[in-house]
Design a binder for this molecule. Sequence first.
Ligand code: NAG
Ligand code: NAG
Ligand code: NAG
Length: 873
Amino acid sequence: MAAGKVVKPKKNFRCSYYMSATVGLVGCLAAFLVAYVVKNFKLEPLNNPELSPLKAPKVTDLAEFDASYRDQMLWGSYRSGLYFGMRTRTPKALLFGMMWFDPDDPNTIQQLRARHDANQGDGLTTYGWKRHDGRLYGTQELVDGEYNITLSMLKSFAPESGPGGDWSVRLQLARTAGVPLRRRRISVIVYLGDEDTPREPWQVFPDGEVADLRSGPARLLSGASSAVGRGSARWAFHATEITNAMISSTRSRGCRVDYLSLGMVNSEYLLRIKELALSAMWERLQRQPSSNRFHLYLPNGASTSADLAMFQVTCLLPSAVDFAFTSSAGGSDDVGDRLGSLLGPGLGDALAAKEAEFDDRFEAIFGAGLRRQQDGESPASGAVPEGTLEVSRAALSNLLGSVGYFYGSSLVRVGGPDTKPQSYWPAPLFTAVPSRSFFPRGFLWDEGFHQLLVQKWDPQLSRDMIAHWLDLMNTKGWIPREQILGDEARTRVPTEFVVQNPSHANPPSLFLPIAKMASQLVQAGTQGSASGIDGEELARVSAFLRRAWPRLEAWYKWFNTTQTGPLPTSYRWHGRDPFTEAELNPKTLTSGLDDYPRASHPDDLERHLDLRCWMALASQAMYDIGSSLGIPGPVVALYRATAKSLSDLGQLQQLHYDKALGRFADWGTHTEDVELTTKVITVPGPNGQPQQQVISQRVTGSEPVPQFVPQYGYVSLFPLIMKLLPGGGNNPDAAEAPAGAELTLQQLQLLQDPSLLWSPYGLRSLGTTEGLYKKRNTADDPPYWRGQIWININYLVLRALSHYAAANGSEVGRVAAVAHDELRLRLLKTLVSNYHQNGYLYEQYDDETGRGVSSHPFTGWTALVTLIAAQEY
Ligand SMILES: *[C@@H]1O[C@H](CO)[C@@H](O)[C@H](O)[C@H]1NC(C)=O
Ligand SMILES: *[C@@H]1O[C@H](CO)[C@@H](O)[C@H](O)[C@H]1NC(C)=O
Ligand SMILES: *[C@@H]1O[C@H](CO)[C@@H](O)[C@H](O)[C@H]1NC(C)=O
């Protein structure tokens, strides 16, 4: 997926070895600390323009993100990489997390089998948010073999509550339907940690220790943190078991509570909380060998200087436990009244109301499009597959429920390849992420797609995320493409992939949601109002774009100067490796399409079609924004001129149209006559023993020559995708340009050729007849963008088809409409059936079987299924 995602997940640091050697907790953590320190770079600050923020007012400081907005958004399920966690949107977080395991099974220790980080290797049957509104409420189902955990989260704001308000988490712990019983109990550890120094000592069980949670709400913990208010503000954490029949399926049978609190030594303990908890339970077991039964419990100890506390709740199945976090501005510990609505039946009522509210809002925004039938040729075209509504809701909810808040610095290499990476300035990022298990962090080009969906659901939330991205721009106008901010994010990325290069681009896909905002302004300017948007909202959009303008200008300029091609109006993705002999086709990570075939021999002659089309989009958006905001004429005129020349069909064809094949293409020094061979070499192994290693080597037959790159795939579609072909809905020339329309028709025919991209399951990334279709790039690199179906590009094609379909009087319009309906239906069938059968949305779909492949859950741009179902473009 996004450039740089050639990342293999890092192996969990294993403590089991140390534990079995009875070195115990201390030894394990010491070993971990060594490992931790070794893998981190030593950094020296440097005053470099590439490491300094652009001098412009921050977009995140806009009035709409004022104190009351920040208060409301302070807490959230912002720990993207976990099955569930909450944190504050502060540089140093007050945070919450949970893990679960079988307390009676030795494998829990031997295999470190506790669930905490979302991890594909855990093999959960399914997990994900069923509903999540991005702000206040969410409910998630986690099916882990025999365990079925339903988790609901709700934030609430009472007049007495401090900044960020209160929040509740309900856990319903049950057996999975239809699975034979083996396990009788489950343990859930919930924990709170403060990355900052607590303002006063934490108190575990301030009201006296509790042995069972059935006698009403118990206060487990209280403290004070600058993350949730200064002065006398305090917080507390409570729990209760649900013992009545209110949740009929999960009437509680009794849970016990064990605990451990300690000082977390910077953040290292937090980063390895699972190992820490398991070590502590193992130690307790070792100390009490009298019992010959195997049970894991925390040792029940509290440190006087704790800033990390874990509570282990061990329950018979089924059971249900509610937790509540309360924050009090006034410093009183008495929250008696509020607990009634934060726990127990009061919480049940509130959750039911939120669920109904979510469904109503979803219906209001997406319902009509989901049901709209096309009056096209095929009678079935408008009817969506059964289960589409559920998948659409889950897709949106998972995108929102995976949104993360990160704080830290990127590592950037500003000098040559041998120079030490330097630290970018520390900054926050509030962003959606591609995948909780595999890519739980920000990716620049994915984010443009994420925001198309978020923007439709909650435009302000979307502006907040885009604002964070734009504020990461340096003085040169560059934004790092993969954001690995903070220790938690860094533990999941191997060091060699962490470093970013300030001369490398990534598609400016943020211009997709930004262009949408721009078009709202244009519409309001020409028609007096934009459809469906009230005046206040329009004012916020306008203020946002005005504040963003200097940054957008810098960003645009960075592309328009550093990524130019050899000829006027041509562009080139810089950073391809011309010297690699190991790759069948040298990768273009910067384009986002990683191993998609380009010119076989990278050089400065290359011109890249997709980048030129991205620049056409960006230029038009800049013109729209500038002219709507009344930016001085000469500046705006330049964007208009550039937009005009980039959308000029003659120039586009001259640079990128292969007349012989009738296709749009890249240009470069290329030969089709290449082959990948492998050979085995012997290298010295870690302990001096010779080791065999397979390396790949490319063999070039005939010499490369400058030419159009004859590989038909996603890149060939970009003129259509960016609506640069004549005959579309908004093009008044449609009727008078029959020659142009012929070209569009011809491209629409190519699009629907089953031997090329048109598969029964959606558009594949590369034609089956092409030389690199499904070819490995190196011995270690399986095909990635060489045939698989990707949802982001499919969405853009549908969006373009819907644009051309709007010209319903013409042949182009008719053909586009039919293609749109058919492609949409194929995609919905593929995604909906995979979700129902396999429990997930996926990174890619196989073009031969329709089966979801690669990482999952992948609810970044695959979540565009919601917009596809709703026909929102
Ligand atoms: C899990 O539990 C929920 C209710 O809490 C239920 O609706 C769902 O069907 C269960 N899922 C499975 C797979 O058992
Ligand atoms: C983009 O770059 C081209 C080539 O240098 C230049 O002609 C054009 O004016 C630039 N566009 C803008 C808006 O700066
Ligand atoms: C397309 O069809 C709609 C109704 O289906 C009609 O309102 C519109 O005017 C038509 N547009 C063109 C260009 O024919």
